[in-house]
Design a binder for this molecule. Sequence first.
Ligand code: ADP
Ligand code: MG
Length: 489
Amino acid sequence: MTKSIEKTPYIIGKTGDWEMVIGLEIHAQVLSNSKLFSGASTEFGKDPNQNVSLIDAAMPGMLPVINKVCIEKAIKSGIALNAKINKFSVFDRKNYFYADLPQGYQISQYKDPIVGEGSLKINNSNGEDKIIGIERIHLEQDAGKSLHDQHPSKSFIDLNRTGVALMEIVSKPDLRSPEEAAAYVKKIRTVLRYIETCDGNMEEGSLRADCNVSVRKPNAELGTRCEIKNLNSIKFISQAIQYEAERQVEILENGGTIDQETRLFDTSTGETRSMRSKEDAHDYRYFPDPDLLPLELKDDLINKIQNDLPELPDQLVERLITEYGITKYDANVIVEEKEYVKYYENAVKNRDGKLVVNWMTSELFGLLKKNNFEFSANPISPEHLNQLVELIEDKTISGKIAKDVFGIMFDTSKSPKAIVKEQGLEQVTDDNAIEVFVDEVINNNKDKVEEYLSGKEKLFGFFVGQVMKISQGKANPGLVNQILKSKLK
Ligand code: ADP
Ligand code: MG
């Protein structure tokens, strides 16, 4: 759920403050049944080498054929990220040797990517938004996987992932803290999930990030960066950035310099370590893939995709604020997942927007978290939450009793009306009934009444508490106050 972004946190060193500069390269797997240039399946979790066509295995003479769905989804993602769609783009070969890359090159886009500059708004709890620049999005093939832990002396290769379409989303170096980087990744994931171009599943590797980190004195020139490869959780991204920035500050403060290099994050120690010195573009000898023509897009296609775009998270935040009167913070929490919005809009019908959002974000999310439940396993239907809020609004039950009812709803999936009826939890709003409680409290506490009447006004709360207690929490608190006041004159 949305976490707040503090104002720019500097690293405080011996020589003063240091600012972190972060740019992310996010690899998002395109949601598509088949691969970028072959008809092989992209299904996750299959046995090794089940999803491999002759093209993916790089058999001689095979020709790649571009997958239209992947092109359309890249365009859709570009539009959703406010980016320029390049009507002319080129697929290049990026040459390198790796055991799990049978072609000996990866088909990627270099000088002419399908999507150019764009931007993304990230949100924080102070109500301050920040715009993060996006440099480009290009399409490329994923590589296979080497398995080194299956046999004492052999390594195995699994080509299921070989050739799966990835969108590489490259940010400008606009991020200034691990929290901002985390918010950026979350927001990218939210947007891509809304438009169904990537499932955003980080555990399955559908979304992973390379983090470029450098440090500098506030407002100085950009420092030399290191790139931490292939982080697949938001927690690791934050940890790796923090560690790496501190490592660089320490080197610089001891008079050293930063070598531009590619580093790995060790999830067990929380440290980064050198993997290789930075490679340059010319090391890969990029050239246009002679098997593929340049990709030329027609305005019709781009316009159609634009017109079919669903409501995007930022638009939704605005709508939820105006339509239901909730705060921007709450709107951002709800908008994080499409399912939350759907649930909220079903639960809020004819009810108070703020009340419903509070029940959802504090009580419901709290219980789900405590019980380790995914939202999809939520035992409380939106209709039942709606009914619960109705019972509060029409004063059938108090807010306090509602919490107990909510707990039972969570455990049993029963409707709140049924629970209230079964357990006789209706709030007492009958003046006469409350008067009986009040009289009892007054009779049992004559000494305290004396003290109260002679000026010890603080005791009023005590009387309210006593009345609530003997009514088992069911007396309407407003009426209790009113009746107590008139009787204690
Ligand atoms: P490459 O393709 O060699 O990795 P790019 O120029 O495409 O290089 O940059 C990759 C990423 O590095 C981008 O996300 C960019 O924002 C980020 N970046 C560039 N310079 C810096 C810097 N000095 N500090 C931190 N990040 C940087
Ligand atoms: Mg890079």
